[in-house]
Design a binder for this molecule. Structure first.
Ligand code: UD1
Length: 384
């Protein structure tokens, strides 16, 4: 790597955030840069008050927050304060860039990345953007003209970006998920579960999913009636109290340490920190169709039922999901049909070993490995 950088420690800004879907790839890219070039200085720039302000320092990196906020696409008249925040953020980004003097800036999407990447581009600093989804986000589309390199995870992204800048790298996934050596027994004991029973992992993405939570809350009796299947249910931080209240209303018991005495096959939590345990134990996953989650399912060969969120920009989760469903690599339940179909489909699927095996084989074919390292190399190449 030294020849890229003339023996000087490279300084790199990584910007983006808002949800885990942008933050986790950013941290993976930073780790891969550190691995290739341990002396690299890396500074994150995110949005004040958002998830990255906690998760990035947890991962061992410094982050500065901008007062940036997302546009309200439904009520345009409410955006006056958003424009002011954007101007203040651009001014602050300029100050950060002048002080830190990065040789390259990396944008991982989300409105948090807009001011820093735009300012870096205007100041003549090379930029690389990473798009996780099969339908490009608005911030990345705006940044694309000035970007030097655009790393994508799906084919056909020429619809959104200049084709000569595109590189198909896949989405970076936390390395620890791929190096996982945990046994099924150890994983089961983390949830107080039996390693010999089938397990369904229910994920709502980094923030949780209302429909999936409502569906499981309405399906407590069905889960209780199937003690041969264990459920790990991740609700998201904003829904955990509602979910616990629904469980208590059904059982008459409080949820203690994620467990309920009268439904011993259920584990409920707002967020799973150790995804290794959860993935090791899961025979089937029910999930939103966030791009990062999908990349993990592909790399780990996990059979999955996707329930795309209908509330995301340009319905991009449905497009992410269909890219797999069209190759028989995942099952698909529409958000509007979840209440009616989701739990029954999950119980039928998890009992069908042949189907589980086929789904696992088909989804594993779509994996794009080594993404973080490939992107890190591209970042370092941009340093003149
Ligand atoms: C509502 C919303 O705007 N969602 C977007 C967001 O998804 P979201 O933030 O949900 O992100 P992804 O599905 O891409 O990734 C979620 C990440 O969180 C991790 N995880 C999840 C649950 C948990 O308890 N513990 C845990 O560690 C997963 O392992 C995964 O690494 O960014 C994605 C990538 O741009 C988009 O495709 C999604 O549409």
């Amino acid at each position: 790597m030294k020849d890229y950088i003339n023996n000087k420690a490279p300084r790199i800004i990584i910007s983006g955030g808002g949800t885990g879907g942008h933050i986790f790839p950013a941290v993976s890219i930073a780790n891969a840069i550190r691995e290739l070039c341990p002396e690299a200085e890396i500074l994150f720039v995110g949005a004040e008050g958002r998830m990255e302000m906690q998760r990035v320092p947890d991962a061992g990196y410094r982050i500065i927050g901008l007062p940036v906020a997302g546009f309200d696409r439904q009520h345009l008249w409410r955006n006056f304060s958003v424009i002011l925040k954007l101007l203040r953020s651009q001014w602050k980004a300029r100050k950060i860039i002048k002080e830190f003097r990065p040789q390259v800036a990396v944008g991982v999407g989300g409105y948090a990345s807009g001011p820093t990447l735009k300012t870096a581009g205007m100041m003549g600093i090379p930029t690389l953007i990473q798009e996780q989804n099969s339908y490009a986000g608005v911030t990345n589309k705006l940044l694309a003209q000035k970007a030097d390199r655009i790393c994508v995870a799906y084919e056909g992204m020429e619809k959104f970006f200049p084709s000569e800048k595109i590189l198909l790298t896949g989405n970076p996934v936390r390395q620890s998920l791929l190096d996982n050596q945990i046994t099924r027994e150890t994983a089961a004991s983390a949830f107080g579960f039996n390693p010999n029973l089938k397990t369904v992992l229910v994920l709502g993405g980094s923030l949780g999913a209302r429909t999936i939570n409502q569906t499981l809350a309405a399906g407590l009796a069905l889960m209780k009636a199937h003690p041969e299947v264990q459920f790990i249910w991740q609700t998201g931080k904003i829904y955990i109290d509602q979910v616990k209240a629904a469980i208590t209303a059904f059982t008459g018991e409080a949820v203690r340490n994620a467990r309920v005495g009268s439904i011993p096959n259920l584990y409920v939590t707002d967020f799973i920190k150790n995804m290794n345990n959860a993935y090791t134990l899961a025979d089937l996953v029910i999930s939103r169709a966030g791009a990062g989650s999908i990349s993990e399912f592909c790399l780990l060969g996990k059979p999955v039922i996707l329930v795309p969120s209908p509330n995301v920009a340009e319905d991009h989760q449905t497009k992410n999901a269909l890219a797999l469903v069209n190759k028989d690599a995942a099952l698909y339940v529409k958000d509007a049909e979840a209440q009616e179909k989701l739990l029954d489909t999950a119980l039928e699927t998890v009992a069908d070993d042949e189907l589980l095996k086929q789904l696992s084989i088909n989804i594993a074919k779509l994996a794009l490995p080594d993404s973080a390292r490939i992107i890190a190399e591209e970042v370092l190449k941009l340093i003149k």
